[in-house]
Design a protein around this ligand. Structure first.
Ligand code: SF4
Length: 454
């Protein structure tokens, strides 16, 4: 079966597995009281570095494809009080964690984190570093929108320890940009990239989306030409998730011609082939990195890890999520904050935490989480390692799954030896489909809506 046939066969809706169990399993039974207990227990029993994710939801303008938790406003006066809420939440968390105060990763996402002024950025990062210490090789990253980010903000962020940036681009074609309400010239992006490089940011990422209105194979080829001219260190190439039932503003895009399912496959295949020929390595699913980038090197060294921030080389077992809608992972539990900004801030003011819902992983979930993590990050799964860790026989525990993996072996997506499954280079494209076989919850009736796997 050719690559195009495989993509057509396996393009289905499925989770991204930034957690297991995935978000649809979260319930409101887990609230701030449970989160408080888990933080306290964890602070006493674990001394390893943590990750921190801060969600800043504000954006000045709405991009019509957007699937993030955002608040559209031009009122920059909202930034200062929001920063105080983030720091209020962080103080509560730090107090409960006790002595466990080291971070190996910080990521600010949104929304648009650079909606905050230089002073607010400084207040948030300095406030964080009064409570937590960074490891020497910590990855400190921020998502930036080149349309609204100033050199002064980027310089201050560098002084404050930020060393990675991710730039939203999506497509370079003017007609596509007009339709999605995000006009950002290639020159604007190139100039921001070169400034970021000049002042020392590394692992610079560009985000792109295929499946947007007015995109065609020829037009996206031109976008790929421009990507290759600019040569960012990392590229994320996402399949557009059109989910107007969850994001009503996406309905606006329905008045425009959209690429068909077949055209989307052609666009992805063209981009995949051109990027990999030009020196990018496919990291897994929708990510690419230049061979000398840390993310690409981490495939060979086995240091790749995956959490709510996506792929990373800084493995931290636990992650604190602060801000509206942020998700954290502590011990065997996941906890998500209230999604709306004002109720989030009110809850922080009243109790210091704003947990809305969460999930405690069962013994069975932990086994499946381990298997999915191995497949998605190490692209390899050793039965012997599993058995040493969990004390039961892999082949009998997962006999249902092993039976159903057969087509993946026949199609070259997986390779096997007596006690191991390996994901081939080609197989990385279909890794979500492989992981889905190990996801017990997908066998139960459910109403969750996911993006497409490829
Ligand atoms: S800038 Fe990013 S987060 Fe804000 S609306 Fe556009 S896509 Fe969404």
């Amino acid at each position: 079966m050719g690559l195009k046939d495989l993509i057509q066969k396996y393009s289905t809706a499925g989770p991204r597995y930034t957690s297991y169990p995935t978000a649809p399993q979260f319930t409101e039974k887990l609230d701030s009281i449970a989160y408080r207990k888990d933080l306290q227990k964890n602070g006493l029993s674990n001394v390893k570095p943590l990750s921190l994710y801060a969600h800043i939801p504000f954006c000045e303008n709405l991009c019509y494809y957007c699937g993030c938790n955002i608040l559209i406003t031009k009122d920059h006066g909202r930034g200062a009080s929001y920063v105080e809420s983030l720091l209020g939440e962080l103080r509560t968390v730090a107090g409960l964690l006790g002595e466990r105060r080291v971070l190996s990763q910080i990521a600010w996402g949104g929304g648009t984190p650079t909606f905050l002024s230089v002073d607010e950025i400084t207040r948030l990062q300095k406030g964080t570093l009064e409570l937590f210490r960074l490891t020497e090789d910590a990855e400190v990253s921020i998502e930036i929108d080149p349309r609204v980010t100033s050199h002064e903000q980027l310089e201050r962020l560098r002084e404050l320890g930020f060393n990675r940036v991710s730039l939203g681009v999506q497509d370079f074609h003017p007609e596509v940009q007009q339709a999605v309400n995000r006009v950002q010239t290639a020159e604007m992006t190139a100039s921001m990239l070169s400034f970021c490089r000049k002042i020392g940011y590394r692992g610079i990422n560009f985000d792109f989306i295929y499946g947007l209105p007015f995109q065609t194979l020829e037009r996206f080829e031109r976008t790929v030409d421009q990507i290759l001219e600019q040569r960012p260190d990392r590229i994320a190439l996402y399949n557009y998730a059109h989910l107007p039932s969850l994001r009503p503003h996406q309905k606006i895009l329905e008045k425009y011609p959209m690429p068909s399912a077949d055209e989307r496959v052609d666009i992805f295949l063209m981009a995949y082939e051109r990027l990999t020929t030009a020196g990018y390595r496919a990291i897994g699913m929708d990510h690419f990195a230049l061979a000398d980038d840390d993310l690409a090197k981490a495939i060979s060294t086995g240091a790749l890890y995956r959490n709510f921030m996506g792929y990373t080389v800084q493995r931290a077992e636990d992650m604190i999520g602060i801000g509206a809608s942020a998700i954290g992972e502590i011990g065997n539990g996941y906890f998500q904050n209230i999604r709306e900004t004002k109720p989030y801030q009110d809850a922080i003011e009243k109790t210091g935490l704003a947990t809305l819902r969460g999930c405690q992983a069962t013994e069975e979930d932990l086994k499946r989480k381990w298997v999915i993590q191995r497949l998605m990050c190490k692209f390899q799964l050793s039965y012997i390692e599993y058995e040493a860790k969990f004390g039961d026989n892999f082949s009998s525990h997962f006999s249902w799954e092993l039976e159903r993996l057969a087509p993946f072996f026949e199609q070259g997506i997986l390779e096997s030896s007596p006690h191991e499954i390996r994901v081939s280079d080609l197989g990385r494209l279909f890794i979500r489909n492989v992981a889905m076989l190990f996801d017990e919850y997908l066998r139960k009736p459910q109403a969750a809506t996911y993006s497409r796997t490829v």
